[in-house]
Ligand binder design. Structure first.
Ligand code: ATP
Length: 299
């Protein structure tokens, strides 16, 4: 058996997501505050000196071939670093798939960080983040983790250093949402004149929980609600039961509530478990190096 290591791939939520316009290359110009939460896939990487890149996963809902972002990341790492070795990647999937939580991007980022250690390549995170941009727009953020404003397609990262410890209850409605369709359905009326990220950044740095909650914004939420009315219905139901505001992450369909204490979050978690199958309790992860994940199950 070859050398082996474990790397965690943490999910993110969007605290803000402003779309500023459409670019000539077809992508939208976005401005988002992204926050890492402690819901994580667990990746095991095993060195395979004479072999190729192989993937297996604990679920059947992700591709195991070149279409898996973890596979793409391993290819990019090999090409950019010049290391000619193989790796066996096992993904223990805990992050809901195609949910707006950047699960695939987090796996890709974990492969870049993990191979850097496994093959003792010694590349700085900034370089891994740059390589990650060629894998996907959210990968650079997932390489850094913590909290950041992401601009451009999402690949330009400005770290936000704060120590706020909020709790997050995630609810994944049983609806398939196509990110491409959501962006394609955006109209000029959905664009923002000025992004909310400066207000959110100030609220986080000040540790002002109510100001954070007051400034959560997602320009894609009304679009996803228009295209998938079931997501809106679930959001309304969650709001009634939780008695706190409900937000959407990325292009959805995952919805979330922010709570100031673990006790308040546990009450919401249990209330929602009464009628939703996929509910997760997690919290903000703010500082690197990050601790082992605690999410997925109740402490
Ligand atoms: P995006 O908003 O970028 O679409 P997401 O966070 O909503 O991402 P992901 O869980 O990353 O959703 O999955 C998006 C798609 O990527 C899925 O359709 C899935 O088949 C594919 N995919 C490729 N690799 C992975 C991976 N390692 N984990 C999850 N999905 C992956």
């Amino acid at each position: 058996m070859g050398a082996l290591l474990v790397e965690h791939a943490f999910a993110k939520i969007n605290l803000t997501l402003d779309v500023l316009g459409r670019r000539d290359d077809g992508y939208h110009e976005v401005d988002m505050v992204m926050q890492t939460v402690d819901l994580a896939d667990v990746l095991t990487l095993e060195d395979d000196p004479g072999g190729d890149i192989t993937i297996d996963a604990s679920v059947s809902t992700v591709p195991l071939d070149e279409r898996n972002l973890a596979h793409t990341a391993a290819r990019v790492f090999r090409m950019r670093s010049g290391v000619e070795r193989g790796v066996r990647i096992h993904i223990d999937k805990q992050i809901p798939v195609a949910a707006g939580l950047a699960g695939g991007s987090a796996d890709a980022a974990a492969v870049l960080r993990g191979l850097n250690r496994l093959w003792a390549a010694g590349r700085p995170l900034a370089e891994l983040a740059e390589w990650g941009a060629s894998v996907g727009s959210d990968v650079p953020f997932c390489v850094w983790r913590g909290c950041a404003v992401a601009r451009g397609r999402g690949e330009r990262i400005e770290p936000v250093r704060h120590t706020m410890n909020a709790w997050v209850v995630l609810v994944r409605p049983p609806v398939f949402v196509s990110t491409g369709d959501v962006y394609a359905a955006l109209t000029r009326a959905d664009y923002s004149g000025a992004p909310r990220s400066p207000l959110m950044k100030a609220a986080l740095v000040a540790g002002d929980f109510e100001a954070v909650r007051a400034n959560v914004f997602n320009a894609l939420a009304p679009v996803t609600f228009r295209l998938y009315p079931e997501v809106r219905r679930v959001a309304q139901r969650v709001q009634q039961v939780a008695q706190v505001p409900v937000y959407m992450s990325g292009s959805g369909p995952t919805l979330y509530c922010l709570l100031p204490t673990r006790g308040a979050a546990q009450r919401v978690y249990h209330a929602l478990r009464g009628f939703m199958r996929e509910v997760y309790l997690c919290r903000f992860l703010t500082a690197a190096p990050l601790p082992a994940p605690a999410a997925g199950a109740l402490p």
